[in-house]
Design a binder for this molecule. Structure first.
Ligand code: HEM
Length: 470
């Protein structure tokens, strides 16, 4: 068990951001002229960032081409990073490349307090009553997906999880009308919009290259679909209980209603933040269940216990599946879909006697931080039971497990995502046995969200046992 000495109370009593600072942050060895550490970063960013921690400790400085970065690693450094005010560590400057996708006037195109107000409209739509409805939808969608798989076969795991999470997200987050249009245009347009997130778009989001033209066409198409649904709801007076309706009825503090473009932008922000990340973590979970028989046995045993009486999936039953939840968290720890969180330093940050100057890009890497041996015992080892009470390793500090981020920009969809992952794998593990014929694929760092590298195929066969669901 990793030690528990860095408790949050101690850290709170000595906020590191106010400590007098003197020294420059230690620099990672081995940088090249002009390119800095770019070649090493491109080869394997997590290996390079782990070297930062081993060589330099909590704060490590390096260059990627012309840009200067500082990596914050360890519980106290996380505390400094996640508690810094927005006018010191700024997310907007970094995520501006999303503006052509989410649209003008929302998210990273507006002041942080307006973005917070816009996302804040959605919290009521994620409360307990809504989650009860979502649990039913997740079960229906996962069952429908499992029905279509038949008796036996092979799936491309990331593609399968992508399809399933688009169906769930469109129905829960956007509305039934969008779910009805998934196969007739929405999924294709959403795919083109996703392709608009590429390395070029990060630096030159408006450059008129074919991928960006497709992205802009796709956005117009999605805006047309969502705009049409809103107009139809207004005409018919229909007011279903979903994110779209919540936004249609929301008012800013000054009493102003949201325009259709703002509603579309906020819906796209949430869809982008939540769907692909969920699909990727669902894929890592599938690999874990195929390769970790003792974990699989524990999860199935728990399903027998939980569903023995009712045989019905609900929010309450999913909450009882504690062993399954520990598997989700262990996959989050070993395979966080977002391996890097980035902010721009607007005012110097002082931590542990070092100064991070304005203009630097400040990073936290969940992929590196989740494998710190002083935080997680045997960090490379897959062991969901490390999260079992009373000594749950992630409870030693509120920023020990950070796959869903932390601080002001922490994930608003964490509970939704965990619920969804539990619902999907409960249905699939109930129905099928899975087998991986190759070695576990390495992470694919070539994309914004880190999933398993292709090919990633699982064989499945329907289980002879009776289902726990009736
Ligand atoms: C396994 C699935 C998910 C993972 C791993 C994940 C991870 C994260 C992380 C790490 C952040 C912080 C980003 C940063 O600090 O720069 C974040 C933010 C966010 N997430 Fe998630 N997320 C997931 C699912 C979801 C879902 C399902 C939703 C919506 C229902 C969602 C909505 C958001 C939003 C809107 C933000 C931005 C919050 C802000 O900047 O104020 N996420 N997520």
């Amino acid at each position: 068990m990793a030690r528990r000495s860095d408790n949050a109370a101690t850290l709170r009593s000595a906020p590191s951001a106010t400590l007098p600072a003197s020294k420059p942050v230690p620099e990672l060895s081995g940088g090249w002229p002009v390119l800095g550490h770019l070649p090493e970063f491109q080869r394997d960013p997590v290996a390079m960032l782990s070297r930062c921690w081993r060589e330099c400790g909590e704060l490590a400085r390096f260059r990627l081409g012309p840009r200067e970065f500082v990596l914050f690693t360890g519980l106290e450094a996380h505390d400094c990073y996640f508690r810094a005010p927005e006018d010191q560590l700024d997310a907007r400057a970094v995520y501006r490349f999303t503006v052509p996708i989410f649209g003008r006037g929302v998210a990273y195109d507006v002041a942080p307090e307006i973005m917070a107000e816009q996302l804040g409209f959605l919290y009521p739509a994620l409360r307990e009553a809504a989650m009860r409805r979502f649990a039913r939808i997740m079960f229906e969608e996962a069952s429908h997906f499992a029905d279509a798989l038949g008796e036996a076969g092979e799936i491309d795991l990331p593609a399968a999880m992508n399809e399933l999470t688009v169906n769930i997200a469109s129905r829960c987050l956007l509305g039934q009308e969008v779910r009805d249009r998934v196969d007739s245009g929405f999924a294709a347009a959403y795919h083109d919009l996703q392709e608009g997130i590429n390395a070029l778009g990060f630096f030159l989001p408006r450059l008129p290259v074919p991928a960006h033209r497709r992205r802009d066409r796709a956005r117009r198409r999605i805006a047309g679909i969502l705009g049409g649904i809103m107009a139809a709801r207004r005409r018919s007076g229909a007011a279903p209980d979903d994110f779209m309706q919540t936004l249609m009825q929301a008012r800013y503090k000054d009493g102003r209603a949201l325009g259709d473009e703002e509603i579309i932008g906020i819906l796209l922000t949430v869809l982008f933040a939540g769907q692909h990340t969920s699909a990727v973590l669902a894929s890592w979970m599938g690999l874990a269940f195929a390769c970790e028989p003792s974990c699989l046995a524990r999860v199935r045993e728990e399903m027998q216990e939980v569903y023995r009486e009712t045989g019905a999936m609900s929010l309450a039953s999913l909450k009882q599946q504690a062993a399954l939840e520990r598997s989700v968290r262990e996959c989050e720890r070993l395979h966080p879909p977002l391996i890097l969180l980035v902010r721009k330093v607007l005012k110097p940050v002082h931590h542990a006697g070092y100064t991070v100057p304005a203009g630097t890009l400040a990073m936290v890497s969940p992929a590196v931080s989740h494998r710190l041996p002083n935080v997680f015992s045997e960090p490379g080892h897959f062991d969901p039971e490390r999260f079992a009470p009373p000594d749950s390793e992630h409870r030693q500090h509120h920023y020990a497990l950070i796959g869903f981020g932390g601080g002001k920009h922490r994930c608003m969809g964490k509970n939704f995502a965990i619920l969804q992952l539990k619902a999907i794998w409960s249905v699939l593990l109930d129905r099928f046995d899975f087998e991986l014929e190759t070695a576990v694929p390495a992470p694919d760092y070539g994309s914004w969200v880190t999933g398993p590298r292709a090919p990633c195929r699982l064989r499945y066969r329907r289980r002879p046992q009776a289902s726990v669901f009736r």
